[in-house]
Design a protein around this ligand. Structure first.
Ligand code: SF4
Ligand code: SF4
Length: 356
């Protein structure tokens, strides 16, 4: 079943980010709100992105069409948060949504990465506006590059102080989306200690959703170490990427145009693309929240096992007063029976839906 989609509603942006070229595009052929009735009604998780989604004046109308077409979907909007006043006006007219605001540094560092004057303050203002408007599912998303690789944990601490959620990833390259920016990719030895602190902080949280995020960061570390992928990719199987002009891709990284939703339904496009699906299942070109979470939802046993094991370890370390470390799975290590571990039932209950 097709459950997840990343939907770019506009291929244009008002930021000037160092790790993305979308701001250099000028979208003239974007889909009209009514055309989103062609989405599969089975979608359960929809990430609305751009470019900058809030640059579309008809975003509320578009989201109502999505809501009516996919009544069970959780709709998440990714925004750079640079238009607080626009967000304030639009949020009142939208269906219930989750919002993730991008933040790549505390203070002027964010402005340096996004190349927008006073950008940091605008982001904080947007977050405040969204809180006042009653948006409960609110978070910050950070992208690690050479510029902020040594100060990533600060952003997590800020998110905690603001009482909002936090996710992070590293710079990715994509011919069809961000462009190629390998020159500013985060340096693994520098960014790793920051990611480890973030992972441990997630693990120490009382919230089960944070434990799943801890697993994501732990596996991001493995990705940076070029370790084999823990779970096969399910792009073009249970998720896809929809470009603003209707072009359909397995994800926003892989340059395989599968069809266009203006001409065919997603189900028809997927039915013609068995080979693409097989190719994706062997691919290991990314480890981003938007492409990993659909995979984890389909295969929850690995995050469940990781969380159970590491929460238990954390508890033991707390009782014994020893320094906390995260258990690294090895092939030689016997697999515990997770169903018998005391925390297992609680974890299972609360992680049935892996969310970010
Ligand atoms: S990363 Fe996001 S905010 Fe920055 S230019 Fe690209 S689409 Fe715009
Ligand atoms: S692993 Fe490959 S196919 Fe899967 S989402 Fe990432 S880039 Fe796309």
């Amino acid at each position: 079943m097709i459950t997840d989609a990343t939907i770019a509603v506009l291929d244009a942006c008002n930021a000037r980010c160092v790790m993305c070229d979308i701001w250099q595009h000028k979208d003239k052929n974007y889909m009209q709100p009514e055309e989103y009735r062609r989405l599969p009604s089975t979608l359960k998780h929809i990430n609305i992105t751009g470019g900058e989604a809030f640059m579309r004046k008809d975003l509320p109308e578009l989201l109502w069409v999505v809501r009516e077409t996919c009544p069970e979907a959780r709709i998440i909007i990714s925004t750079n948060g640079f238009q607080p006043r626009v967000v304030e006006k639009m949020i009142e007219r939208m269906p219930k949504v989750a919002i993730r605001v991008s933040l790549d540094g505390v203070g002027s560092l964010h402005d340096e990465v996004r190349r927008i004057k006073d950008g940091y303050n605008k982001v904080l203002e947007t977050i405040q506006i969204l809180k006042t408007a009653g948006v409960k599912d609110l978070g910050i998303g950070a992208t690690a590059s050479k510029l902020n690789q040594h100060r990533l944990y600060e952003i997590k601490q800020l998110a905690d102080r603001l009482g909002v959620q936090f996710t992070c990833t590293v710079v990715h390259n994509s011919d069809i989306y961000f462009g190629n920016h390998s020159e500013i990719e985060a340096e693994v030895p520098v960014v790793k200690p920051q990611l480890q602190k973030i992972r441990d902080s997630f693990l120490n949280s009382a919230k089960p959703k944070d434990w799943a995020r801890g697993y994501f960061v732990d596996t991001l570390l493995d990705y940076l170490d070029k370790k084999p992928r823990p779970i096969s990719c399910t792009a073009a199987d249970n998720f896809f990427f929809l470009q603003s002009n209707g072009d359909v891709y397995p994800c926003n990284i892989l340059n395989i145009k599968m069809g266009n939703i203006r001409q065919e339904t997603i189900e028809q496009i997927f039915a013609r693309h068995q080979k693409t699906r097989e190719l994706c299942s062997k691919c290991n070109q990314c480890w981003m929240i938007c492409t990993v979470i659909p995979i984890l939802r389909k295969n929850p046993s690995k995050p469940l096992a990781w969380v159970t094991k590491n929460k238990l370890l954390y508890q033991i370390k707390k009782w014994t007063g020893k320094e906390e470390t995260v258990l690294r799975p090895t092939t030689a290590e016997p697999r515990p029976d997770y169903n018998r571990l005391p925390e297992s039932n609680k974890v299972k209950e609360e992680l049935t839906e892996v969310e970010v």
